[in-house]
Design a protein around this ligand. Structure first.
Ligand code: SF4
Length: 312
């Protein structure tokens, strides 16, 4: 399955910025680029602005109803930038995530400078107009900014959400109660590692489900993706690893049990990366297969070649 990812065109090295430059991202262009197919859009060029062009800035007293204005000509481009997302909805409906260029009044996901002209002041509280509309149209879509992707935890978390969401989109073609339960079961440990309260709440809701409606499916995936939205903590990973360890209790001898417990605690203490206990557990899963663990995405949520868990 080829995963499609939306991206601010300047992050792919396209010279579309206001100053005629680009913001090429090494990770997006080379590392992630090997695994996904990009849909590159520049909303500002897309609404007909030239390169180079006068700068745009966000104006308003709060982010929710901020406007995008070109101060030089006093032109308001809010509606055009917002409509640009709607005009591309056919292409955007098939993407599984979006990488946005930070700080941009069009593409910035958070902390964009918001100017209050009456007070001659600005605060880093805005959201780019295109990004804001994207979030309204696709509330469950994984979104991340280029700068944040330099953080190994946020990078891993974004890629993980990308793959989970792509699987969900694929499922939409033939979503049934059974396929929804299968999806939930397959990602249970992953969700548990990220957000225990959403894990429990969704488990309860699925247990009470009588009829699968599109509204329920939307609420479900929104809550699920919210649950994965923050990187899993070391403590939560440790809980999951110890939970998995329990499955092999009667298969391992005393030394093996002690070694496994030690590696998990060493990870918890920050002396080992996550990959260390995971490798050992995967080894035991191969030696003593457990049906429940077999399909768990927690062990391999995305291609191993991305090597994203080595630094965690
Ligand atoms: S941040 Fe967005 S609008 Fe600005 S140049 Fe990049 S793609 Fe275009």
């Amino acid at each position: 399955m080829s995963i499609k990812v939306g991206i601010s065109a300047c992050l792919l090295g396209q010279k579309v910025r206001y100053d005629g430059g680009h913001k090429g991202s090494q990770f997006c262009q080379h590392d992630l680029g090997e695994f996904v197919e990009y849909v590159a859009l520049c909303p500002e060029v897309g609404i007909g602005l030239p390169v180079p062009r006068p700068t745009i800035r966000l104006e308003g007293s709060n982010s929710a109803d901020a406007s995008a204005v070109i101060p030089k000509t006093n032109t308001d481009v809010t509606e055009a930038l917002s409509n640009f997302a709607d005009q591309h909805s056919e292409r955007l409906a098939h993407i599984s995530g979006y990488v946005l260029c930070a700080k941009s009044p069009s593409c910035g996901m958070e902390r964009v400078r918001l100017y209050e002209p009456s007070q001659q002041a600005n605060r880093k509280e805005g959201v780019g107009i295109f990004a804001r509309r994207l979030r309204e149209l696709y509330p469950a879509l994984p979104m991340e900014e280029d700068g944040r992707l330099n953080d190994p935890l946020l990078r891993e978390n974004f890629v993980l959400r990308l793959y989970v969401y792509a699987e969900w989109q694929e499922l939409q073609r033939k979503l049934t109660k059974k396929s929804l339960y299968d999806f939930h079961t397959r990602h249970k440990l992953l969700l548990l590692a990220h957000n225990q309260s959403i894990y429990r709440a969704l488990g309860r809701r699925l247990g009470e489900l009588t009829e699968l409606t599109p509204a329920f499916a939307n609420e479900y995936i929104q809550a699920f993706m919210d649950g994965l939205g923050k990187p899993a903590t070391r403590s939560n990973h440790t809980n999951v690893l110890q939970h998995v360890q329990g499955y092999f209790k009667s298969d391992l001898d005393e030394d093996q049990r002690a070694e496994l417990a030690e590696v998990i605690l060493a990870y918890h203490g920050g002396e080992q990366p996550l990959i260390a206990p995971l490798t050992l557990l995967k080894h035991y899963q191969r030696a003593f297969p457990k049906p429940y663990l077999k399909g768990q995405s927690y062990f391999q949520p995305y291609p191993e070649k991305l090597r994203l868990r080595y630094g965690l």
